[in-house]
Ligand binder design. Structure first.
Ligand SMILES: *[C@@H]1O[C@H](CO)[C@@H](O)[C@H](O)[C@H]1NC(C)=O
Ligand SMILES: *[C@@H]1O[C@H](CO)[C@@H](O)[C@H](O)[C@H]1NC(C)=O
Length: 267
């Protein structure tokens, strides 16, 4: 039975290279990434579509980056960066990255929805910035082992951070999480600043725990090959931050090793 299901997945992989679901034995998530491959989206404080080209460029430069190129946006899109809002790109091009096409976003197409180089640079859009050395906040992690730190660690983290880390290992592997250090603004129910772990590919289902304070939580082992970590801070009081380590647990039972049979498709 399992073999039959796997064959179907393999066919889907061949047809839909950048679709949600399984690819190269890795389950891809279904939520919008905040940033990927150094690229992130910004809108004006005034709301959506309020930035001229000059202003868009200034926003990225203020944060130490620059306007993303079309190619950089495409690289980010390939690993799951999906935003339903057109933004300025390098040299006045405008577009947005669609991973999962829908009717009300991207005209049912996927790829970079390209509005071309705008002649009128006073038009107002959002912006896409590129800053690979910017705040180390979130991303898609596929290595079998890695240390994840709060942005700026070992210095204190900043206010108003939202970071998502998606750990996606190969099908059959599980994720082992160890807290090495934690110091997050402490309050009842961790409402101000918190770190959350989800045994899932989004932050909707599978909440394992919400953490704050400075007491090290117990180790966590995922049920599948994906996990989502979320770090959110409010507008006041910070803390020393956190350092956690994750590592892959290889499948041991015969049942899970069967799942690894189509090795041709595992990168
Ligand atoms: C350029 O775009 C702005 C903002 O949409 C608009 O107000 C202005 O009329 C446009 N200029 C030209 C020459 O079309
Ligand atoms: C599980 O694997 C072991 C060693 O590879 C083998 O000896 C055993 O017969 C297998 N069990 C089943 C139920 O396939």
């Amino acid at each position: 039975m399992k073999r039959i299901i796997l064959l179907v997945l393999v066919i889907l992989q061949l047809e839909e290279t950048f679709e949600w679901g399984f690819k190269n034995g890795i389950l891809h998530n279904s939520i919008w990434l905040e940033q990927a491959a150094g690229v992130y989206h910004r809108e004006s404080r005034l709301g959506k579509y309020q930035l001229t080209y000059r202003e868009a460029k200034a926003v990225c430069e203020y944060e130490g980056g620059q306007l993303a190129t079309y190619e950089q946006l495409e690289e980010a899109r390939k690993i799951g960066f999906h935003v339903c809002a057109a933004g300025w790109l390098h040299r006045g091009r405008v577009g947005y990255p669609i991973v999962k096409p829908t009717f009300n976003c991207g005209f049912g197409k996927k790829g970079i929805i390209d509005y071309g180089y705008r002649l009128n640079k006073s038009e107002k859009w959002d912006t896409y910035c590129y800053n690979p050395t910017g705040k180390e906040c979130g991303g898609v992690l596929t290595e079998t082992e890695r240390i994840i730190k709060s942005p700026g660690y070992p210095n204190e983290y900043e206010n108003e951070q939202i970071c998502y880390w998606h750990i996606r290992l190969k099908l059959g592997q599980r994720i082992y999480i160890q807290f090495l250090e934690i110091d997050i603004e402490d309050d009842t129910d961790c409402l101000s600043d918190y770190f959350e772990v989800y045994d899932s590919y989004d932050d909707v289902y599978g909440l394992v725990g919400r953490y704050c304070g400075d007491e090290l939580p117990d180790d966590i082992i995922s049920t599948g090959n994906v996990m989502t970590l979320k770090f959110l801070t409010d507008a006041s009081i910070t803390g020393g931050g956190f350092k956690i380590k994750y590592s892959a647990i290889e499948p041991i039972s015969n049942e899970t090793s069967t799942l690894e049979t189509p090795t041709d498709f595992v990168s």
